[in-house]
Write a protein that binds this ligand. Structure first.
Ligand code: FAD
Length: 539
């Protein structure tokens, strides 16, 4: 297996106006999975694409970073549906030219600590069912009805994706059919659906144990968002060998092969619109890149509140539309480096989800009202244990990552300060959260005690800093039922020449953003051009 040198972690080409080609066919804002997928597919169709990334490295939430001799991922812990030649796997293979490889996690890929009880999810539909029946022997009927519901929700999910990918007129023409396929899927909450199947609150909590993967607990999330996540991980979790940065690293060559480039330190200040048509982008340094085709993967809030001039966003109705959606919650991250390998310390290839009780929504409410209340969920991931290549890059060490929710508002007052220089009071607040999260870790992973060599804490301000999310949103727009109903969240905008892609137009997750890239490309080039490309991807 190839060993990846950590010095290659910073990927992309540093932006300088003199390094730009004069004749790009398309400009993509943001190098996350949505932007890179769109850029790579357009490149394959013969377009010269310029990707502009404000951060120092490419990849968006799939980037990794290195400090103190350790390496962490910021927005990838596990990906589903890549252990077999599924549509997802074929797409990753196509984009990466087969260079991106996957390592399976343990069969028990998620473990849920719910109060003083422990439940889990195991890989494989049959195994998942049997494991649940073992844990809840009186609930066999409810479990079977749940799995049947997950199967049926596939229709609603495909109808949702199809509706987003089709031109508005075509989508309108088949809208009764789409609505029938999606019947009720947006408005019924996860809690309503599951409490219709069983009264066992621990079973409901176990089924919802992955709510953090889309950011809304069961009384706030539409069942469809729940089903999307549950189906995605039903056959287990996989980790990109070499670290999540390998995702962008293996896709960029496709963009370069088409004559394009991915530029870093390349912050776009404005999408320039003349006569209600896109004519280019203005960079933070004032340089104008002229291009009549701009694809924004920077999130819809950024696009319409910060990049498109206010008068144009307003005239096209986008400022009003933005009132129908809300940002997802922010998060705290703890990035931990340990002396000793994952094997020596006994770190698992299983994610831990730690909950104070089965009342997930109540715990969120209590915490949002009082930061000293118990964390409503603490997620612990062991990336070096999942990555068979980690030891080659960082011998004798291992890593752990912790994620917990936290609203942006608690940190907002330091927003104008520079990263690393936000002052003592900010550091004290951060350190307090970090210590509490480390205590949660030691409670469940006592063998880590005494092995921790380094750790640091991130806040929603960090997400704002490296990802450009104005309110430190964990997943872009919150996955509410209202959001899923918004037909304007689609690739084609009302401003000719401006297209959208990324998690906001479909759903969160690396796969959600990747599929958004696919439907954006499809919307841009039309079915006739896309047909042969789809054949190449899915043959
Ligand atoms: C803590 C955490 C854990 C997660 N875990 C998982 C997981 O285990 N599995 C999974 O599938 N998903 C996970 N996700 C979600 C997943 O990472 C995202 O949904 C997905 O990667 C989003 O891709 P995107 O392309 O839409 O956006 P992003 O990756 O956010 O890309 C947007 C890019 O736009 C850039 N940008 C913004 N403004 C500008 C500008 N003005 N000029 C230039 N560039 C700009 C940003 O810097 C960023 O790079 C996680 C997310 C988080 C935060």
């Amino acid at each position: 297996m190839a060993t990846m040198s950590p010095s290659t972690l910073r990927i992309g080409y540093r932006y300088r106006p003199g390094r730009l080609a004069p004749d790009y066919d398309a400009v993509v804002i943001g190098s996350g999975m949505g932007g890179l997928t769109t850029a790579a597919l357009l490149s394959d169709l013969g377009k010269k694409v310029c990707v502009l990334e404000q951060h120092y490295t490419a990849g968006g939430y799939t980037h990794s970073y290195e400090r103190a001799g350790y390496e962490w991922d910021v927005g990838v812990h596990y990906i589903g549906e890549v252990g077999a030649p599924t549509r997802t796997r074929k797409m990753f293979d196509y984009l990466s030219g087969g260079d991106l490889k996957w390592a399976p996690m343990d069969d028990e890929y998620d473990r849920f600590y719910i109060g003083d009880k422990v439940y889990n999810a195991v890989a494989g539909k049959r195994e998942f069912r049997e494991n649940l029946v073992r844990q809840f022997p009186d609930e066999e009927k409810a479990i079977d009805r749940y799995i049947a519901l997950l199967d049926r929700s596939g229709d609603a999910l495909s109808a949702f994706g199809m509706g987003r990918g089709m031109p508005p007129l075509a989508a309108a023409a088949i809208s009764p059919w789409l609505a029938w396929k999606r019947r009720g899927a947006y408005r019924r909450t996860t809690w309503e659906v599951l409490s219709g199947l069983t009264d066992d609150e621990n079973l409901i909590a176990t089924l919802c144990g992955q709510w953090g993967d889309m950011g809304l607990p069961p009384k706030r999330s539409p069942f469809m968002a729940h089903a999307m996540i549950a189906r995605h991980y039903l056959y287990g979790g996989y980790y990109p060998i070499g670290g999540s940065w390998r995702i962008a690293d293996t896709i960029i060559p496709k963009i370069q092969a088409g004559g394009g480039e991915v530029f870093t330190y390349a912050k776009v200040d404005e999408i320039v619109v003349e006569d209600n048509r896109v004519s280019g982008v203005r960079m933070q340094d004032g340089h104008l890149i002229e291009c009549d085709c701009v694809i924004s993967s920077a999130g819809v809030n950024n696009t319409f509140k910060h990049l498109v001039p206010e008068e144009i966003a307003s005239r096209n109705g986008y400022l009003r539309e933005l009132e129908t959606v809300e940002p997802s919650l922010g998060h705290l991250g703890v990035y931990i480096g340990l002396k000793g390998t994952a094997e020596e310390i006994g770190l698992p290839r299983t994610n831990y989800w730690i909950y104070p009780s089965h009342d997930y929504d109540g715990a969120v409410d209590r915490f949002l009202g009082d930061p000293d209340a118990p964390f409503p969920v603490v997620y612990v991931s062991f990336p070096s244990a999942k990555d068979p290549d980690y030891e080659n890059r960082h011998p004798g060490t291992s890593t752990i990552e912790i994620v917990a929710p936290a609203p942006y508002a608690w940190f907002e007052k330091w927003n104008d300060e520079t990263w690393g220089k936000r002052g003592d009071d900010y550091e004290v607040l951060k350190a307090g959260f970090g210590e509490r999260l480390m205590d949660v870790l030691y409670d469940k992973v006592p063998q880590a005690r005494g092995k921790v060599d380094y750790y640091e804490v991130s806040t929603p301000l960090s997400t704002n800093w490296f990802g450009g999310y104005q309110e430190g949103e964990l997943y872009g727009l919150a996955h509410t039922g209202e959001r899923l109903e918004q037909d304007w969240l689609r690739p084609k905008t009302r401003i000719p020449g401006l297209w959208l892609t990324g998690q906001d137009i479909l759903t969160c997750g690396v796969t959600g953003a990747m599929m958004a890239g696919l439907i954006t490309t499809m919307s841009m080039v039309g079915p006739k051009t896309m047909g042969p490309l789809l054949k190449r991807i899915y043959s």
